[in-house]
Design a protein around this ligand. Structure first.
Ligand SMILES: [Zn+2]
Length: 233
């Protein structure tokens, strides 16, 4: 096999390896499914914190409510029990009872509002819970697909790398060095295949003389882009 043919095999391998590396880093960086799940979890947690606070406040209101009710009962007992006859004392209890009843009125109103809010919030929270479940299913599904794709590309890449290194070992070291230098300078394409009389690297038309030259042993370079020309026989 000619040196140019061997270099062209290397070129094909290198081109594919570059594609594979690019595809793999794209797949590894693909984290939209993770972000969506994270967003759903964050919204759920925030809503849970609000719910907890709201329930706590309601419990405190309920506690105040029962304390006030007990106090009102006690005051009523004193007022209507008939055991206290001092008018000053009685009017003091009367005033306190009124104040307790006013506070109980506002408290009950506030508790009703809070309970309604809580109900609405609990419903929203159930919605967020099912969103989290959906996001988790989507995430897991996507991750499985990504992992499979990544594994398959990694397989291809590692066997190609193996094959490439075997191919490279068959190329004469000086030629290999020229190839590598060109590869670095020419944007990853050192060897250009000739198709329809044009250079596959730069697209310029090639003379018949150039094409004949490329068909013989030894290296032929494109006069425009300086890449090694490969003529498929
Ligand atoms: Zn060219």
């Amino acid at each position: 096999m000619s040196g140019t043919w061997r270099l062209f095999q290397l070129q094909k391998a290198d081109t594919r390896l570059t594609e594979l590396d690019k595809a793999l880093s794209g797949l590894r960086a693909d984290d939209q499914h993770r972000r969506l799940l994270q967003d759903a979890l964050t919204a759920h947690e925030e809503s849970e914190a609000v719910l907890r606070q709201s329930r706590k406040e309601l419990r405190e209101m309920e506690h105040e409510d029962s304390t006030l009710r007990a106090r009102a009962k006690m005051l009523e007992g004193k007022l209507y029990g008939g055991r206290i006859s001092n008018p000053k004392e009685l009017s003091g209890y009367q005033e306190e009872l009124q104040a307790v009843q006013v506070r109980l009125g506002t408290l009950e109103e506030a508790m009703l509002t809070r309970m309604e809010e809580l109900e609405t919030h609990e419903e929203q929270h159930r919605g967020l819970t099912s969103k989290v479940e959906q996001a988790r299913r989507d995430h897991d599904e996507r991750q499985v697909a990504l992992d499979q794709k990544i594994a398959s590309l990694e397989d291809e890449s590692s066997s190609l790398r193996q094959r490439r290194s075997e191919q490279a070992s068959e190329v004469e070291p000086g030629l290999l060095k020229r190839y590598r230098d060109l590869l670095a300078r020419k944007n990853g394409v050192a060897v250009a295949r000739i198709t329809r009389q044009t250079c596959g690297g730069c697209g310029m038309h090639l003379t018949d003389h150039k094409i004949q030259e490329a068909g013989r042993d030894g290296l032929t370079f494109c006069s425009t882009c300086s890449r090694i020309l490969y003529l498929e026989s």
